[in-house]
Design a binder for this molecule. Structure first.
Ligand code: ZN
Length: 148
């Protein structure tokens, strides 16, 4: 028996999060927004934690943010990740709502490998811009430095 080829893990959209991935497939970063009080919320969920409304829409973001924090994972890792180590995982706070933080990877371009950024360039507060990487049939948000 041959083991299946190892690959990076892919998101598994649930009912609430499915629109996020559908917009990502169009190259749009959209965040669920309360249609009553207007507050953004993430991760997606049925009910607004601020006003209790079940009405929501998906607001288009600028795709800009700042690195709020980061880690550089080292082995032991899943085999597909070990091949890229040491790489980075960043938390990005969105300019529209800094309390919303998305996890992702800082790369040099949408199609660049996970270890494409010199670790010396990782800096909390650095301005980043979203890009979308096609992988495994999905469009996954990653991030590039605004000033490479
Ligand atoms: Zn609300």
């Amino acid at each position: 028996m041959t083991a299946p080829a190892e690959s990076l893990l892919l998101p598994v959209p649930d009912e609430d999060g499915a629109p996020f991935w559908e917009y990502a497939a169009r190259g749009e970063l959209r965040i669920q927004t309360c249609a009553d009080c207007g507050r953004l919320r993430f991760p997606p969920r049925p009910c607004c934690p601020h006003c209790g409304s079940f009405a929501s829409e998906w607001r288009l973001m600028s795709g800009r943010g700042r690195i709020w924090s980061y880690v550089r994972p080292h082995p032991p890792l899943l085999p597909a990740y070990a091949a890229h180590a040491p790489y980075n995982v960043i938390l990005v706070e969105l300019v529209e709502e800094p309390l919303i933080r998305l996890a992702g990877n800082l790369v040099t371009s949408a199609d660049a490998p996970l270890d494409s950024v010199d670790p010396a360039r990782l800096r909390i507060g650095a301005r980043v811009q979203v890009v979308f990487t096609e992988t495994g049939g999905m469009s996954v948000p990653r991030w590039v430095l605004e000033r490479p």
